[in-house]
Design a protein around this ligand. Structure first.
Ligand SMILES: [Zn+2]
Ligand SMILES: [Zn+2]
Length: 282
């Protein structure tokens, strides 16, 4: 999902022009190699010298990659009972096969979705810093949380793949947060990660202010399988990784592409999900 860029405050300037110019300049450079080099030399040396800090607020903690007690208590982790399909958290346990009202009305194309925590006022900060603040240090912790939330999904997965960014946005952000999450989950589970299984070949405007229908239209036809990986998908169970699940429009668009290419099933694992109250009996 797309959230408002931090650069949103600079809207007075024509950011698209700036980005385009930057993308043109960088086109000749291997951006991925630059990012890898920056990561290698950027943080590791400093991190070894500094005391570990809370991922969210920066107060001192005992172990690297941890949250302080105050920040930890604000993260609303999602645990069963949840909707068997989309992972919507239930207040009462209606059985392992129970579906939420939305899934009863219309099943998503993906088989199952799970998320580590609710996307709320407090947890939003964790997601945004990972997405925009050039901070990769939470990745191992997030990978652990994802592995916990998606245990069943990981057990069935043949391949792990992130929801891709368009290459221009990748240049702007320097890394795809979903790909970093996918790598972190891969390290935890030992499953194969294919970071470029899907590509976003059409640029899509940020979706933060769009409703479900607008989001669906926004991402329709935006994704395809990387030509190199076409044969890889057939008969495989693919686990898609994204940072935030909102209406599910983005992961549904990716799922459609994967199923069309012959994937046996697609599951979705996200760091956070928006939980809006559902109307009973829908
Ligand atoms: Zn804290
Ligand atoms: Zn559901």
């Amino acid at each position: 999902m797309d959230l408002p860029d931090l650069a949103g405050g600079m809207r007075g300037m024509d950011l698209n022009l700036v980005r385009r110019a930057l993308a043109d300049r960088m086109a000749a450079v291997d951006a991925a190699a630059l990012v890898r080099a920056a990561r290698r030399y950027g943080r590791t040396a400093l991190d070894a010298l500094l005391p570990p800090l809370c991922l969210s607020c920066g107060t001192a903690v005992d172990t690297p990659g941890a949250l302080c007690a105050a920040c930890w208590s604000k993260v609303e982790f999602i645990a069963p009972p949840v909707c068997a399909c989309c992972g919507f958290p239930f207040e009462v346990d209606a059985g392992a096969e129970a579906l939420c009202a939305a899934c009863h009305a219309k099943r998503p194309r993906y088989r199952r979705a799970r998320a580590a925590f609710r996307y709320g006022e407090d947890s939003r900060r964790l997601v945004l810093m990972f997405k925009h603040a050039d901070r990769l240090d939470p990745a191992p912790t997030f990978g652990r949380w994802l592995a916990q939330a998606g245990g069943e999904l990981l057990a069935d997965a043949d391949l792990i793949a992130p929801v891709p960014l368009h290459r221009w946005r990748l240049l702007w952000r320097r890394y795809n947060q979903s790909a970093e999450l996918a790598r972190a989950v891969g390290r935890h589970s030992g499953r194969t990660v294919v970071p470029d299984l899907l590509v976003r070949h059409r640029r899509t405007p940020p979706q933060a202010d769009m409703n479900a229908r607008e989001r669906r239209l926004n991402v329709a036809g935006a994704f395809r399988i990387h030509p190199r990986h076409h044969a890889l998908v057939r008969d495989k169970t693919v686990l898609l990784i994204d940072d935030v699940l909102t209406t599910g429009a983005t992961v549904e668009a990716c799922t459609r592409v994967l199923l069309r290419a012959g994937a046996a099933a697609v599951d979705v694992l996200c760091l956070a999900r928006v939980v809006r109250p559902q109307v009973r009996g829908m």
